[in-house]
Design a protein around this ligand. Structure first.
Ligand code: ACO
Length: 498
């Protein structure tokens, strides 16, 4: 790890210069250029068309696109020009927004592939660093490649000391996700000047810096919230061991050791969450990136999108739900409330998986492994969640709607057993997903023609109408405006109450 104190810009530039120098020295420039080229997907040529008939009898032909896997897509890029019609698809349930060669999901089969490899094989045989390499570069690393990549990540693990002072500004007890969104966004202010997103080498550097710094950024979010001193990463620990070390080590205890099994389980959790094609947060990163915003700002946008309970926040919501259910006897009434649409069964259901989520099965195995390791095989949450899962899977409501446990149904129980507090669950998800986000951002930004993300809308508001002067307008929202009454203090000062 390079501890020499430079200005952030200098640190960044010196690393880049070193990297470029290494590339020149390796005399392998063409090979590297080829790798970057291979990482840019292109839309396939259309070999078939479909015909669409409009109400006025007009017929137009639309190209059909075939990927390597997955259903064919109708190419509607020229639809408006040819017909004067747009397509309507809230939530993008049927709409492809990009070409990609990173991750593939078959929702019917319950299959997930990272760069063509089954998630089960990756989780069984690789560690998170290999997974990052695979997602970023498209191939699994050799022993030598892995070592180089690992060294590169370790070299960048420390965050600038100034970044640490950002944490002091947050309210004690703030949600760590709130801190994470802010601090990752703030990374832009350290690297904006030194980042040319048109240069593939600099894009790669942004990726390495992000992956490397996320464990320390996430761990400090936890330690500052707890009032604990910051712990710095160590060269002799792996990526995931370093994260656990920075989270939990006691600086007064020189014999403090990372529990290897817990680190291994957490490493698998990171692999399972590493990428998931065009989910809400990844789509957010791509949309933000399509305006050519810097990658750290785009990742901060992705973190914000991940936070909600319908997406990455589900892991925390599952434990909150189990907390409320408390005992098995309350399960039938809970299921009734869910069926009455009073709330959703958290950790259940998925936009793409309609059979099972392959990550959920691996997560359940990890759950048993970690609980056995810590001697909590009769964990009340595990028992409760297994019973709830069984009841839901036997119920017509869930069967008819093809609702199955997703990755986050069991992840909270595993994380809790590792000792991670509930409000850090989604932070861990963000830490893991950063590699997916940055790989997808890099894929998008490498394309020759970047299209800014800008959907259409079906406007159902007022048609154009005559302007009305203020004196002639009615009091439409009396009740609403009374809520926003400005409060005045004793001496007439406005009281700000955020
Ligand atoms: N509990 C109860 N009912 C559900 C659930 C659920 N968890 N999920 C979907 N449904 C019902 C809906 O009410 C709807 O019923 P209806 O046909 O009677 O109106 C039907 O199933 C279809 O639901 P949609 O909301 O249209 O499905 P969509 O694909 O848009 O939503 C989502 C997917 C957001 C994941 C949803 O299943 C959900 O809210 N799950 C709970 C939250 C959760 O676990 N999120 C994590 C997802 S995985 C991840 O991001 C890591």
């Amino acid at each position: 790890m390079d501890l020499v104190c430079h200005s952030p810009k200098l640190v960044h530039r010196s690393s880049l210069t070193r990297h470029k120098q290494e590339i020149k020295e390796s005399k392998d420039l063409t090979k590297i250029e080829q790798i970057y080229k291979d990482l840019v997907p292109t839309a396939p040529e259309s070999k078939e068309v479909c015909k669409v008939t409009f109400p006025d009898g007009k017929i137009i032909e639309l190209p059909i696109l075939l990927g390597t896997l997955g259903p064919p897509m109708i190419d509607v890029r020229n639809l408006y020009g040819k017909s004067g019609y747009f397509t309507f698809d809230p939530g993008f349930t049927n709409t492809g927004s990009c070409v990609s060669q990173i991750t593939y999901i078959d929702g019917e089969k319950g299959e997930l592939l990272y760069r063509g490899y089954k998630i089960q094989d990756i989780a069984e045989n690789c560690d998170f660093i290999e997974t990052c390499y695979l997602l970023l570069y498209g191939e699994l690393p050799s022993v030598e490649d892995k070592k180089k990549f690992d060294d590169e990540i370790k070299h960048e693990m420390l965050v600038h000391d100034k970044l640490i002072s950002f944490y002091k500004g947050f309210q004690s007890g703030a949600h760590p996700m709130a801190i994470l969104v802010g601090v990752v966004g703030a990374l832009s202010s350290f690297m904006y000047d030194g980042l040319d997103i048109e240069d593939p080498i600099q894009r790669e550097y942004a990726a390495i810096k992000l992956i490397a710094k996320m464990p320390m950024i996430a761990a400090i979010s936890f330690r500052t919230a707890m009032g604990l001193p910051i712990i710095y990463p160590r060269n002799d620990l792996t990526y995931t061991e370093n994260f656990l070390y920075m989270m939990f080590a006691d600086p007064m205890d020189k014999d403090w050791q990372v529990d290897k099994l817990l680190a291994d389980v957490l490493d698998k959790i990171l692999i399972l969450h590493a990428d998931h094609e065009q989910n809400a947060s990844t789509a957010t990163v791509r949309i933000a990136g399509s305006s050519l915003a810097n990658p750290f700002a785009c990742i901060a946008a992705g973190i914000a999108s991940l936070w909600g309970p319908m997406h990455g926040g589900a892991n925390e919501a599952v434990l909150n739900m189990l907390d409320e259910i408390q005992i098995k006897e309350n399960i039938p009434s809970t299921i009734d409330l869910i069926k009455d649409k009073k709330f959703r069964l958290m950790g259940f259901g998925h936009r793409v998986y309609k059979n099972f989520d392959p990550r959920a099965g691996i997560m359940r195995t990890l759950c048993h492994k970690v609980l056995k390791h810590i001697g909590s095989e009769d964990d009340q949450f595990l028992e409760l969640s297994m019973e709830l899962e069984k009841c839901a899977l036997e119920d017509k409501y869930f069967v008819d709607r093809k609702l199955y446990p997703n990755v986050d149904y069991y992840s909270g129980i595993v994380l809790k057993a590792i000792g991670i507090p509930k409000d850090m669950f989604t932070v861990i998800f963000a830490l893991a997903r950063s590699i997916g986000w940055i790989s997808q951002w890099r894929e998008m930004i490498s394309e020759k023609m970047i299209k800014i993300g800008r959907p259409r809308q079906l406007y159902v508001g007022q048609k154009e109408r005559k302007f009305m002067n203020i004196a002639d307008r009615k009091d439409n929202f009396k009740e609403l405006t009374s809520i926003f009454k400005v409060k005045k203090g004793k001496k007439g000062f406005t009281i700000y109450n955020p």
